[in-house]
Design a protein around this ligand. Sequence first.
Ligand code: SF4
Ligand code: SF4
Length: 370
Amino acid sequence: MPGLDIIQEASRQLVICNACRYCEGYCPVFRAIETRRDFQQADVFYLSNLCHDCRACYYACMYTPPHEFAINIPQILAAARMETYRRWSWPAFMGRAFKNRGVTVVLATGFAALVAILALLFLPPEKLFVAHSGPGAFYEAVPYAAMVAGGLILFFYGIAVWMRGGASFWRETRSALNERGSWKALAAAVGAVLGLRYLKGGGPGCFYPDERPSSVRRVYHSLTFWGLASDFVSTTLAFVYQDFFHLLPPYSLTSAPVIFGGIGGAALIVGTGGLIWFKWRSDREPALAAAGGMDYVFLATLGLTALTGMLTLFLRATAAMGGILVLHLACIAALFISAPYGKFVHAVYRTLAVIRYEVEQSKPHATAGH
Ligand code: SF4
Ligand code: SF4
């Protein structure tokens, strides 16, 4: 049973690390290890989502292959992480997307193509491929109801799958060490997640794309994270403008939705592009081959969504607006439908793992005996 092999192998390596403890300053994973004697499935699942693949421990380790201990912590924890993504996927058969990136690619491109085909079939070309101006110009090309209905269904579907998976993570990784936290621990976890505090690899940064530490991966990651947050704020503000103040888009370049959207879009393009570039150039030895494809699909879909969004902004007064808008909506559909079945899920499990960690750290340390 592959899942069991991963747990056994992770447990073997973590027991050696717990005796060695050379890497305890690098990240929370090693500090969490030290409060345990052995490593059951729940511990491995929790620790795997606490690891952010900075690779500091891999390059510091004197027991990596060809040493007989064959320690490769980033790789085995990535394998365990993938197992958690698959295990808590819903519906269960969609878990295969985490073993075969082709499933996610087909799903994402299939939905994107469906949106584009439906647009070409049902939207009159004389509306889609001509310039529109003034309030409601976007809805002249693509009707508001068609634009919003599909997006909302996919958005709430993705949120529901995430919440279900998150509840499973919380239930299955519970231990005597991390039960019942405090508000203070929760606040510390939120601060750590928002500030990407644990992406520092023990101080000097992640060991990407090679064995030299640098803060650049954290910068790219921050741009992606905050770019997405900024675009979410932009969309929410546009909703308030339209549905509460009856102000229809397009909005001026100095309006809040456009400013947040523009900053978020630019940050996402640079952030996702940088992460793709780093991943492409990175050392394959500490990597899990199956995870790479999933990362590329997620980053490319997110980057293309941002790029087509920015093009829609720049070309909104031209006859190209309708076509670009349809492309942007197709990218959003691809992003939403692939979100529960790709790298996006790590945002949920990692956040919960950091909360678990802060809860553990807030308690007097007692070694959990299993
Ligand atoms: S990764 Fe290697 S050096 Fe680091 S704690 Fe484990 S065994 Fe020790
Ligand atoms: S790869 Fe980085 S985050 Fe993961 S266990 Fe090693 S030091 Fe910690």
